[in-house]
Design a protein around this ligand. Structure first.
Ligand code: 5AD
Ligand code: SF4
Length: 470
């Protein structure tokens, strides 16, 4: 697609701001103070989308609650990555029939990745008649207009066309208070890993213009955010669609020049597009955290091929070797799927052996969940769930031992930690993150909140480090 078809024109965006104004005036007329409940499921990209929804709602005059029963507007911002996430959403949607019965004026809205699935929107249309508005991620930018249509026509509105996808700059955002912020640098995915629903629901890859990303990061740093994560399904293909000879490493280098006391992280990185140039850039740039989330998914070449991952175990291990060589102390994490259709125990154990060979600091582990419409969902899947669970448990056991020993090696060291919250452990009331994003529970005063401080590590377990502010 042409760039001018991808970028939503300013006039169109201005029109959305007018719809926000109309909704605000409508509520002023009613003298009702509108309250919204935005419930977000899934990944950081969805969290970032949820913050935009709240930004637009704030412009419409809404305040926020976490109680659906108290809200004039309830939004379920959904995730489609695994079946379990979908079941939870259908459960929540069902429960909303009660709140709608109590308050028939309540508007109920389903958005996010699930909403974009034809199978889901059809089911909602037929069987969840209390849902007023359904729209997919590609329609997020025109949410004010869709919401206005619901209020004006009192009819159900569905905006779920299968689209390439667009980029809308300047949507208002409500950010979390604190030091962490998310910045989407690109949207969509072209990779069609055979198990994954994302390319079907988030459209094709499209990169934001570098100046827009740079401006946003600069503003965040100036506003005091200190831990900024760049988001994309595969940030390593950032810029491919811009055709200006500018890639993700170039973006990182340019961001790094922004003065200030902050860290930049990014996710996710597809190994097939990870380059030595990227690791050289990370090593060279002081603001870039020495942390890498590099999802391997499997350690077996046949399974990787069936997954359509387009790298081999050896190629992956070579990347890890190079990255560790350039960045001693690099914190490495990964996503793993166990029980891909047709996977044998031996193949699953290849994944366990890769995990041991790499020595990840932590893993995000999943048992394969068939997603209707993907290639893998049509593959024969003979291994019973109980068998997959055993392989999964072996993987978790192996990883827990690795995490525990890597964490224990920190004891006695002093680390730079960004204090970003409270811990639920009375003895260690504060929580923070190391440069490598490891969780630290620590002793110290409340006024350290939001600061980078030195922490002496005194204890550890599989999931966290414990320490004392120096
Ligand atoms: N089943 C299980 N896990 C999945 N993931 C993506 N699709 C599926 C699926 N169908 C995992 C992958 C991906 C992470 C975000 O979710 O590991 O990297
Ligand atoms: Fe899904 Fe693969 Fe795209 Fe990641 S890269 S979103 S796993 S298709």
């Amino acid at each position: 697609m042409e760039r001018n078809q991808v970028l939503i024109p300013q006039a169109e965006l201005a029109r959305q701001r007018e719809f926000e104004e109309k909704i605000r005036r409508m509520f002023e007329g009613r003298e009702a103070h509108p309250v919204a409940c935005v419930d977000t499921f899934g990944c950081q990209q969805n969290v970032a989308d949820g913050q935009k929804l709240m930004g637009m709602l704030r412009e419409c005059g809404f305040t926020f609650t976490s109680e659906a029963g108290e809200a004039d507007l309830v939004i379920l911002n959904t995730c489609a990555i695994r079946e379990h996430a979908e079941q939870r959403v259908f459960g929540n949607l069902g429960a909303l029939t009660h709140s709608k019965r109590e308050n028939p004026e309540q508007v109920i809205c389903l958005c996010g990745c699930m909403a974009q699935e034809e199978r889901v929107s059809r089911r909602v249309k037929e069987s969840y008649r209390h849902v007023d508005l359904v729209f997919g991620p590609q329609a997020l930018w025109k949410f004010p207009e869709l919401l206005w249509q619901v209020y004006e026509t009192k009819k159900r509105v569905f905006s779920v066309d299968d689209e390439h996808g667009t980029i809308a700059e300047g949507i208002p955002v409500v950010r979390e208070r604190g030091v962490k912020a998310w910045v989407s640098i690109m949207y969509g995915c072209n990779n069609f890993c055979s198990y994954c629903i994302v390319p079907y629901v988030r459209g094709r890859e499209r990169s934001r213009d570098p100046e827009c990303v740079l401006r946003e990061v600069r503003e965040l740093v100036e506003a005091g955010y200190k831990d900024i994560t760049l988001l994309g399904q595969n940030v390593n293909s950032y810029g491919n669609d811009l055709h200006i000879g500018y890639d993700f490493s170039d973006l990182l280098s340019d961001i790094d020049k922004i003065p200030g006391d902050y860290l930049i992280r990014f996710m996710s990185s597809h190994p097939k597009d990870a380059t030595y140039k990227l690791f050289d850039t990370m090593a060279r740039c002081p603001h870039v955290a020495k942390q890498l989330h590099l999802p391997v998914q499997s350690g077996n070449d046949r399974v990787l091929r069936e997954m359509n991952r387009r790298y081999t175990r050896e190629q992956y291990l070579d990347l890890v070797r190079y990255a560790k060589e350039k960045m001693p102390g690099l914190v490495l994490t990964s996503d793993i799927i166990i029980g891909f259709p047709g996977e044998t125990e031996e193949e699953a154990m290849d994944t366990v052996s890769l995990v041991e060979e790499v020595g990840y600091d932590a893993l995000f582990t999943f048992i394969y969940s068939p997603r209707p419409g993907t290639k893998a969902a049509a593959m024969p899947d003979p291994a019973p769930r109980s068998e997959k669970q055993k392989w999964f448990d072996k993987l978790c056991q192996a990883q827990n031992a690795i995490s525990a020993s890597l964490h224990a090696a920190y004891i006695g060291k002093t680390l730079r930690v960004l204090v970003d919250g409270r811990s639920d452990d009375g003895d260690y009331p504060l929580a923070g993150r190391t440069e490598g994003n490891r969780l630290v529970r620590l002793k110290g005063d409340e006024d350290l909140m939001g600061q980078f401080i030195n922490v002496k590590i005194t204890d550890s377990n599989t999931w966290a480090l414990y320490g004392q502010a120096e």
